[in-house]
Design a protein around this ligand. Structure first.
Ligand SMILES: Nc1ncnc2c1ncn2[C@@H]1O[C@H](COP(=O)(O)OP(=O)(O)O)[C@@H](O)[C@H]1O
Ligand SMILES: [Mg+2]
Length: 331
């Protein structure tokens, strides 16, 4: 299973066979390498992520950081090059094509950024939501009841008899959430579902995702570029260079309330990424000095390198430094 050249990565956490036990989504040192015309692109570089059942989590990160690659793997549309990935007990790296099909039909629901890709143009909103139920063999009365309930929950009951071209972009995306939820999946995956929408409309789509999460208990993972989202979800995970780098958790009860605290992700090899804003403003690069205190670890710039370095002016250094890793006891 491990491709040539990846042996240095080793098996996924042999020392942590129970990593993520009890979690709904477990990504364990996930690697995805694309090879196009002899050039390798490492879209995921050992990504770790745990998501508990019932969570509503936003994934953010620069374009090209690997968000869609991760979503496609979780959706069962793509397979990792190395590492382990489990969703609701399904091992996505080793599924047969038949298991994969069943997985896509019943365990995950997926919403694309492109509104036109989510709905069949010649069916009404009601017909679109009913379709997956029909394919699953659900009987007519149950189908109609479920479709009606979902459109209602997502605030698009008024669109029931409309075809996609008779709905706004936001309405189409909310109906798309209904389609994705029809067969009661454990996980709802949405890859920039509001990427084509203005911010006011985007808020209604997030509202629908929140409603689905709250009313149905479905676990939601949503990729977004919208900074307003961070105030609407409890947990925001940032991906950088194919790995989870920081997490922002909102403490307090309701979304929108409480205060947000940013955390760096510490992987099980002891590595963490320091946010570039922090390292750049202090002129940290190449190496930093660590000092253990009773209740924390201090990180200081390497004073010698700073004096000798090519200028401490902000922005002069680090432009092409993608990672500021602290390596700690790797392997
Ligand atoms: N099918 C593919 N073939 C080759 N490279 C790809 C493919 N899909 C994505 N990539 C590359 O992988 C990296 C991550 O892409 P992606 O997951 O789409 O990022 P994001 O969704 O965060 O913008 C990028 O460098 C992208 O160019
Ligand atoms: Mg993407």
């Amino acid at each position: 299973m491990t491709a040539t050249g990846l042996s240095s990565l080793g098996p996924a956490h042999p020392d942590h066979a129970d990593y993520g036990a009890g979690e709904l989504i477990v990504c364990d040192r996930l690697v995805r390498i694309y090879t196009a015309e002899g050039i390798e692109v490492q879209a995921l570089q050992g990504l770790d992520l745990l998501v508990s059942e019932g969570e509503l989590t936003a994934l953010v990160g620069a374009s090209g950081s690997g968000k869609s690659t991760l979503m496609n793997i979780l959706a069962g549309l793509d397979t990792p090059t190395a590492g382990a990935v489990r969703v609701a007990g399904n091992d996505l790296a080793t599924m047969t094509p038949r298991q994969r099909l069943l997985y896509r039909r019943s365990v995950v629901g997926f919403i694309w950024q492109q509104t036109a890709r989510n709905l069949l143009p010649y069916l009404t909103a009601f017909g679109n939501v009913e379709l997956p139920l029909r394919l699953a063999g659900t009987r007519r009365p149950a189908r109609r009841a479920r479709a009606g309930e979902l459109l209602d929950l997502l605030g698009v009951a008024h669109c029931a008899a409309r075809r996609p071209d008779q709905m706004s972009g936001g309405e189409q995306q909310r109906v798309a959430i209904g389609v994705a939820l029809a067969n009661s999946p454990a996980v709802l995956l949405a890859d920039e579902p509001t990427g084509e929408l203005d911010s006011a409309t985007a808020a209604t789509v997030f509202g629908a995702l929140q409603a689905a999460n709250a009313a149905l208990g479905v676990t939601v993972l949503v990729v977004t570029h919208d900074p307003a989202v961070s105030s609407m979800v409890r947990r925001v995970v940032a991906i950088r260079d194919g790995r989870t780098s920081t997490e922002t958790l909102r403490h307090g009860t309701e979304a929108g309330g409480g205060h947000a605290v940013e955390y760096a992700v510490l992987d099980r090899a002891g590595r963490l990424q320091l946010p570039r804003e922090m390292t750049e403003s202090l002129g940290m690069r190449d190496r930093v000095r660590l000092e253990q205190e009773p209740d924390h670890i201090g990180v200081w710039p390497d004073a010698g390198a700073r004096a000798a370095g090519p200028g401490g002016a902000a922005g002069a250094a680090g432009g092409e430094r993608e990672q500021d890793d602290l390596a700690g006891g790797d392997q």
